[in-house]
Write a protein that binds this ligand. Structure first.
Ligand SMILES: C[S@@+](CC[C@H](N)C(=O)[O-])C[C@H]1O[C@@H](n2cnc3c(N)ncnc32)[C@H](O)[C@@H]1O
Length: 291
């Protein structure tokens, strides 16, 4: 998979050399290219921002450098796969510029659609992503419109809060996406049981996990985990997932398709004080249970 990131703070993305993503890069599973937006400015001060039309506080990122940067990056994928900036295509995943000729443009913004595990899965199946982390009050709207006419553009928020820039959101998204790529995690199964994993965990949080020693500061571990009984362990884990979700994210249970819950799930939910409402969806029975 190829990832291009355009930023005015390339050094902010240093963590992409570390740990799982760094190793995936070193192995050639991820071809990450970080670009300094200021290279596409032409004035002495390398200006990337200007005052907003209509007045008001803050600055807005100018469209011209973004347009030149994105044109150049998109163009680099339309031929042999050579970036045109001297960096080699190290993807080694069969990326030859044909399937990947048009990247998905991922625009981090608090006003975008939420970044979810489902979106991470979807993006992990694309051969080429281009990220545009902004600063100031964001990027001149015409840039999004311009590329929206030619590319699959996703405006994405990593949460209901405002950061100073889009680099941290890009780090978040790249890590979530990269760990889903085949061969990146040591155990290919490990993300199947994660919180939010599409399938049985789609609307559930993972329950607690334990490791050795069996006793720590007088605290043991649940007996069932030592039983060696795979069926009972799986059931316990699922019950704990329900317990934690009801506690921390009841909205997930409420929005879940009730058809995804089997008889045992329903029993667990009933013990936790949840029952199906008139629309079949589960909700808390007792009025004092927070929804
Ligand atoms: C200070 S923010 C701009 C906030 C903008 N004025 C608003 O209220 O929507 C600057 C940049 O940080 C990034 N950013 C901040 N919070 C974000 C979030 N929750 N999700 C994704 N990107 C975010 C975006 O790239 C954004 O353009």
């Amino acid at each position: 998979m190829r990832l291009d990131i355009v930023t005015i703070f390339p050094e902010y993305l240093e963590p992409l050399n570390v740990s799982l993503v760094g190793k995936a890069r070193a192995r050639g599973q991820l071809d990450v290219r970080i670009h300094d937006l200021r290279e596409w400015t032409h004035d002495r001060h390398n200006t990337v921002d200007d005052t907003p039309y209509g007045g008001g506080p803050g600055m807005v990122m100018k469209p011209e450098p973004w347009g030149e940067a994105l044109d150049s990056i998109i163009e680099s994928g339309s031929g042999s796969g050579d970036s045109g900036d001297g960096s080699a295509d190290a993807s080694g995943d069969g990326f030859d510029g044909a399937e990947a000729a048009r990247p998905v443009l991922v625009v981090p913004t608090p006003s975008g659609k939420p970044f979810t595990q489902q979106l991470a899965v979807e993006l992990s199946e694309k051969p080429w992503l281009v990220f545009t982390p902004a600063r100031y009050e964001g990027i001149d709207r015409r840039v999004i419109e311009e590329y929206g006419d030619r590319l699959d553009v996703r405006e994405v928020s990593i949460g209901d809060y405002v950061l100073a820039g889009g680099e941290a959101p890009v780090l978040v998204m790249v890590e979530a996406i990269a760990r889903l790529l085949p061969g990146v995690l040591g155990n290919a199964e490990s993300h199947r049981d994660d919180s939010f994993a599409p399938g049985a965990m789609a609307d559930l949080l993972e329950g607690p996990v334990y490791t050795k020693p069996p006793q720590w500061r007088g605290r043991g571990i649940p007996d069932v985990l030592l039983s060696g009984h795979h069926g009972k362990i799986a059931r316990w884990r699922r019950d704990e997932a329900f317990r934690r979700t009801v506690e921390n994210r009841p909205d997930l249970i409420h929005r879940a398709d009730p058809a995804a819950f089997d008889k045992k799930d329903r029993e667990t939910l009933s013990i936790l004080g949840w029952a199906p409402g008139p629309d079949g969806r589960f909700g808390p029975l007792a009025p004092d249970v927070e929804e």
